[in-house]
Ligand binder design. Sequence first.
Ligand SMILES: [Zn+2]
Length: 349
Amino acid sequence: MTITLDPGHGQFKNPGVLAGYYEGTRVFMLAYELKKELEKYEDVTVRVTREKLEDDPSLTTRGKSAGKNGSTLFISLHTNAASNPTAHGVSVFCSVKRPGSEELGCLLGEAVVKTMKKHTDITYLRGVMTRTQSGDGGVIEDYYGVIRNSVKYDCVKYSYIIEHGFHTNETECAYMYGDGSLSEIARAEADVIGGYFGLKKKKDPDPGYVEYTVKPGDTLIGIARKYGTTYKILAEYNGIKDPDLIHTGQIIKIPCPAEINVGDVVRLREGVYTYFPGGKKFSSWVKDYDYVVSKTADNSGGPVYRGGARCVLLGAKVDRKSGEHGSPINSWASLEYIEKVYYENKQER
Ligand SMILES: [Zn+2]
């Protein structure tokens, strides 16, 4: 399914009661947190009406973009304002043209309230409502432009505005401006959406282990040796009480090394692929050597993922007998297929 998120207003629109808070900036950040959470589900495409923080498209453009990109769900994200500084709480607006959509609106509103209330104490659900006006020829239509324009398209079955508390209220503004609040709200909202539409979470690209299927004649010690670990580690990791009792077809999980840093020397395990997982198998001579890890992060400092698995870049090869460093290999290998090795008396060489 496709989902359009609409962070309201522009960058410096609608300052809050706390210095530096702008609704247009904060809800922009919320939209991208929510996008990240929603993209953890399979077959979900998320569009955001503002690509850049400075963007401030018209209400018509925002609403219509949801229909044009084939969205089922449209959510316009806001924080509320009132001249009375004590006004507080969460509001959800639904479309008068989409009877039945109040149910999801209510679930979203309740999830936001539950999240905020843990920190603010005061937040409550003000209402899940429709607000209407009389359009051409007296036809009742949605009052809010973003909702009105989105439901001009049949594909948009659910269209909402969510007001995440009031930025004119000190307590709620402080929460919305706080560290971690936006990711917390995004997770709560994504949970509701995932549950409502029965979405399936994607498989974790970095499960922390690799699976081995026991073949006839295998022993736990033999498997451990193959992967450069010990049978005790494997027995504990897999909850095996008697290491002598494993059976053909049993899945043994081989844990990934806890941490690999630049400069560590690593050995390649069985089954490792070259360049990225799913690529070609490393040729056998490559495995005669150990390697110095030359890169564990991308240029932004984040871990490197290739082919859906966390990877490190292998640098200089290390002769296992002499410990001498040779020419670099410069190939990516996935973390779960490498093990860290230590050279004794490394300093003396
Ligand atoms: Zn707003």
